[in-house]
Design a protein around this ligand. Structure first.
Ligand code: SF4
Length: 181
């Protein structure tokens, strides 16, 4: 699958253990218009071009992460991933590589394009609410956030999120920095 779409990427980690179960490639997209009070990724809110990456190039990066690091899947974060045009086709391409997809969104599931929702395996949705800080579940941020298992791919991994501690095992080569085209 190919597309003329381009993505606005802030940064990518090719292999991490801290953005969901298993080894994952994590993509942080630039831009979010939700302005949650206490947002921990304020630098990623600005709706400005950061690294503009071709559809095919981003798929290739993920493929290389799979081949070089044996990732199980991709985590889409940000910023607000749902602002990225072409994400549905991108997710299809990622599934075509045999990889799973976890997507964070500050929007509620009902406010998202159903086709986008159905293109991921696990959706973590809802805005960050500072007054509902969640210290019992890793990665989720606030207690209002919910996990929706769109497919059964991660159902057995639900407990991953019931752990406030996550230990990173990183190597020097697992980060990449993209130069815009
Ligand atoms: S949705 Fe996420 S990135 Fe956007 S403002 Fe809220 S916490 Fe920040």
């Amino acid at each position: 699958m190919s597309s003329q779409n381009k993505f606005n990427v802030a940064y990518i980690k090719l292999c991490t253990k801290t953005e969901g179960p298993f080894n994952r490639c994590c993509i942080w997209f630039q831009g979010c218009n939700l302005n949650c009070k206490g947002c921990c990724n304020k630098d990623l809110q600005a709706l400005i071009p950061n690294h503009i990456v071709d559809f095919d190039k981003l798929v290739e990066i993920v493929k290389e992460a799979r081949d070089n690091f044996g990732i199980e899947g991709v985590t889409l974060s940000g910023g607000e991933p749902s602002l990225q045009k072409g994400l549905i086709d991108f997710n299809k391409a990622i599934h075509g590589l045999g990889l799973g997809i976890i997507m964070f969104s500050g929007r509620s599931k009902d406010a998202l394009n159903p086709e986008l929702v159905n293109s991921v395996d696990l959706l973590i949705d809802g805005p960050f609410i500072e007054s509902e800080l969640d210290t019992d579940r890793v990665l989720l941020g606030s207690k209002n956030k919910s996990l929706t298992f769109i497919t059964d791919r991660y159902e057995a991994e639900a407990d991953y999120f019931n752990n406030p501690v996550s230990i990173e095992e990183i190597t020097a080569e697992d980060y990449i920095f993209i130069n815009g085209d």
